[in-house]
Design a protein around this ligand. Structure first.
Ligand code: COI
Length: 356
């Protein structure tokens, strides 16, 4: 099916940011996509309009009960000028899984990808090409019915905005310092841990700020029941290489099913490495460290791609991993994934989708 979204071009285009000083999430392009949902009518009136503020009723459900979700993916421009998306169908699928958990209506997944493509095409000039930069795509859905009772909204807006970005961490691929959080929890079984909804992130801010105050970039969450098993890092999934085996927490309902996480697992399997999805306790990691078997740690995420971890702090003890430098597995994964995304490495998995 082909989708046509009317485009209203801005009459006031903005200056493009300097790619050398690009940070994450501070600049926005000239246009955005908006589509409405009305109970009884479904999703309708998808359109591309000039980027700008929204007018919402102060009683809109999203402001009071956080009925909303968001996604993240990136567009890259290849050396020969093609525009590539990375596995956008996975974002569409995950959107519907989140929507189901948050009682937000399902979205047609093909339409979703076409909307992303249509908007990226309009603002393709905004895709930065400097190494480590990209155009971050943020689709999100908000419940906008003015109503103060607690129930699902009868109206929604599906919006996509675009942001030319530099690396998520200002140090780029410089290994980060991570604090193992043993006071606050992120998710418990039956909660919203596997959904990509803003509430999960609002609830994480306190822990993140306290870790920052102590000089740590991010936190590593432990499970919310026993505070024993490692789950994920603030904005990404976590991988540990111990004695030759790469381990990541299983998708058991409290972990975000990361698209980069899935890509890492598939790439490592293809390379013949031992990669296991299993629960791993922080005590097992500390033990491995003491025995000199904790070889590498890295985070994976759309925003961060692959981000090596150089130091992990747990209950007052610091573990310096791989001498604080980037490990070979993290480096190879970064080169492979970023290479596929930017068209420099052959896409044997068929993950990239060209925007034409
Ligand atoms: C992403 O990696 O795309 C995310 O959504 C993480 C984040 C910036 C909240």
């Amino acid at each position: 099916m082909s989708y046509v979204f009317p485009v209203t071009k801005t009459t006031n285009p903005k200056a493009k940011p300097d790619p050398d000083t690009l940070r994450f999430g501070t600049e926005f392009t000239d246009h955005m996509f908006i589509m409405d949902y009305t109970e009884g009518k479904g999703w309708h009136d998808g359109r591309i309009v000039p980027y700008g503020p929204l007018t919402l009723d102060p009683a809109a459900v999203v402001f009071h009960y956080a009925q909303e979700m968001f996604e993240g993916l990136k567009a890259y421009k290849t050396a020969d000028g093609r525009v590539l998306l990375f596995r956008p169908d996975m974002n569409a699928k995950r959107t519907n899984r989140t929507n189901n958990r948050l009682c937000i209506p399902q979205v047609d997944e093909e339409m979703y990808v076409e909307a992303v493509k249509a908007l990226v095409k309009v603002d393709a000039d905004w895709i930065p090409q400097k190494e480590g930069t990209s155009l971050y795509i943020r689709p999100f859905i908000i419940a906008d019915e003015p109503f103060l009772g607690v129930r699902r909204s009868n109206t929604y807006k599906f919006i996509i905005i675009l942001s030319p970005v530099g690396p998520y961490y200002e140090g780029g691929l410089t290994p980060t310092k991570i604090y193992v959080e043993d006071k606050y929890v992120r998710a418990t079984p039956g909660g919203t841990g596997e959904a990509k909804c803003g509430g999960n992130y609002a609830a994480s801010l306190k822990a993140q700020e306290e870790a920052h105050e102590q000089g740590y970039e991010q936190i590593l969450w432990l499970d919310g029941v026993e505070r024993k098993y490692v789950e994920e890092i603030g904005t990404s999934n976590a991988f540990f290489k111990i004695n030759g085996e790469v381990i990541t927490a299983p998708l058991n309902g409290t972990i975000l099913p990361g698209i980069t996480r899935d890509s890492v697992i598939q790439i490592l399997k293809k390379k013949g490495m031992k990669i296991t999805e299993r629960r791993i306790s922080i005590d097992e990691i500390v033990e491995a460290y003491k025995k000199g078997q904790f070889e590498e740690m890295f985070a994976s995420g759309t925003a961060a791609v692959i981000s090596p971890v150089g130091e992990l702090r747990y209950k007052g003890d610091n573990m310096v991993i791989n001498g604080g430098g980037i490990g070979p597995v993290a480096q190879e994964l970064y080169d492979t994934i970023y290479g596929i995304q930017t068209g420099k490495v052959a896409d044997e998995m068929g993950w990239t989708v060209e925007v034409k």
